[in-house]
Design a protein around this ligand. Structure first.
Ligand code: ADP
Ligand code: MG
Ligand code: MG
Length: 337
């Protein structure tokens, strides 16, 4: 049967609530984590399948369900989550991957912690934010990127990191709490050092969300042999995310309405050529707001954001530099946290 109930992510088997221990063989009757999860409501639908809010022993979990033919996409995400110690307060909390056997075949389930505040785009569409909260959101994302972009070595090899996200945007950031702590999610297009080793299949460049693509991706000049080039492209996308956040940050009690990047310069469903014309040829960038100068954090961030947008990849700040810069803005202390 194609419905063997061996856990797809064997690491889970050892800690299964059913008491199954690793290496006991492939008993068809073994329960795996997917058997303990009930679907509750659908959160989102994409090309690969759907994301569901589910419950496991009464506690909420989120499950990204990959339908037939999306195995590759699931495997990429699973590989990123299990590639090392990808545990960080600002990275989505991965639980396990499993196969769910149904009468019509198999679904692959990527099981994660459920974030009840949902994605950052929805959150800032519905709420304006204080500069303190904007600072916390930005610091969360910066910390995640700093962690992802910098590999950590041990004497035995790389422990974690060295990952370019390649699809950074507000829908791929989840809000963890009211204060603005966030996590980065959706590693379906991410690349790691292994992808650049000799013999690895060539890395595809034209992937990700068109609107957030860096100039060097749009015009094909990115150095596809280097992981770092893709990390730098992430920083361009982060610049656009910064802009979305700054628009929703209040100064004197007022904020601008949410816009997606280049909302005034591109149609709703632009082609790559449309975007290349605007971003690369005309060098258009999102509009800046005078009012940001009234707040220390917003003015510092608006300058960093502009650096992230520079057409030349070499001119962009690293996540590490932005993180340090944000640490100099002592909101927490001023506000008595
Ligand atoms: P896709 O590859 O289709 O973009 P994502 O992993 O980004 O899939 O998930 C799609 C959407 O589902 C996200 O934008 C977010 O709104 C929601 N979502 C994803 N994971 C979670 C989670 N763990 N908790 C709450 N909502 C989630
Ligand atoms: Mg997504
Ligand atoms: Mg995705």
């Amino acid at each position: 049967s194609q419905c063997e109930k061996d856990s797809f992510d064997s690491r889970y088997v050892g800690m299964s609530s059913s008491g199954v221990t690793q290496g006991r063989g492939r008993n068809l009757e073994e329960r795996t984590i997917a058997d303990d999860i009930c679907k509750e409501s659908m959160i989102a639908r994409g090309g690969y399948g759907e994301v569901w809010k589910c419950s496991r022993h009464g506690d909420p979990v989120a499950v990204k369900i990959f339908v037939k033919d999306s195995e590759e996409s699931c495997e990429r995400e699973r590989k990123i989550y299990t590639s090392g110690l990808l545990r960080h307060p600002n990275i989505v909390e991965y639980i396990a991957t499993d196969k769910k056997c149904l009468h019509f075949g198999i679904e692959l389930w990527l099981i994660m912690k459920y974030y009840r505040y949902g994605s950052l785009d929805r959150h800032i569409i519905n709420n304006s934010i204080t500069p303190v909260k904007a600072h916390r959101i930005l610091y969360s994302i910066t910390s995640a990127l700093h962690f992802l972009h910098n590999p950590v070595n041990t004497s035995y090899g790389v422990a974690y990191g060295g990952i370019a996200h390649r699809d950074l945007k507000t829908p791929n950031i989840l809000v963890e709490d009211e204060r603005g702590n966030c996590v980065v999610t959706d590693f379906g297009l991410s690349v790691l050092a292994d992808d650049f080793k000799p013999g690895a299949p060539p890395v595809k460049v034209m992937v990700g969300t068109k609107r957030y693509m860096a100039p060097e991706v749009l015009n094909g000049t990115i150095n596809t042999n280097e992981l770092d080039a893709f990390c730098v492209a992430d920083m361009y996308a982060f610049g656009l995310v910064m802009w979305e956040i700054l628009r929703r940050a209040e100064t004197n009690g007022k904020a601008s309405e949410h816009q997606i990047p280049y909302q005034n310069s591109l149609c709703e469903h632009p082609t790559i050529d449309d975007i290349r014309r605007v971003v690369v040829e005309q060098c258009v960038r999102p509009e800046l707001e005078e009012r940001w100068k009234d707040d220390e954090c917003l003015s510092v961030v608006s300058n960093l954001m502009k650096e992230c947008w520079t057409p030349s990849p070499d001119g962009r700040p690293t996540a590490t530099r932005i993180k340090k810069k944000l640490e100099t803005i002592c909101y927490e202390m001023k506000n008595g946290f």
